[in-house]
Ligand binder design. Structure first.
Ligand SMILES: [Zn+2]
Length: 99
């Protein structure tokens, strides 16, 4: 599942474990249950992650219909999945300084 880390104390934050959640200007915020710090997804990471997810879905569709041979679709899907997971794990969440 989603492995999200608090940018301050590195405590794991997820929808289930978050102390609280809210939306600010359409951005989804999670409050760390450990240090009460609010954080949200890095904007650039979110864009790249969505790109990866799009590739994943596109590749799955191509693979399903076997367009361009049996390897093209799954290959695109795997690349997309790796991009999505890498950004999710590799880019730290942004600290939200508001209240
Ligand atoms: Zn924390």
């Amino acid at each position: 599942m989603r492995m999200l880390q608090c940018p301050v104390c590195k405590h794991q934050v997820s929808l289930k474990q978050a102390a609280s959640t809210k939306k600010v200007n359409g951005i989804f915020m999670l409050q760390c249950a450990h240090c009460k710090q609010w954080s949200h997804e890095n904007h650039k990471a979110a864009v790249v992650k969505n790109l990866g997810l799009t590739l994943l879905i596109t590749g799955s569709v191509i693979g399903y219909f076997q367009l361009g041979g049996i390897i093209t679709g799954p290959l695109i899907a795997v690349i997309g999945g790796v991009i999505a997971v890498a950004t999710l794990l590799g880019v730290p969440r942004a600290i939200y300084s508001g209240t």
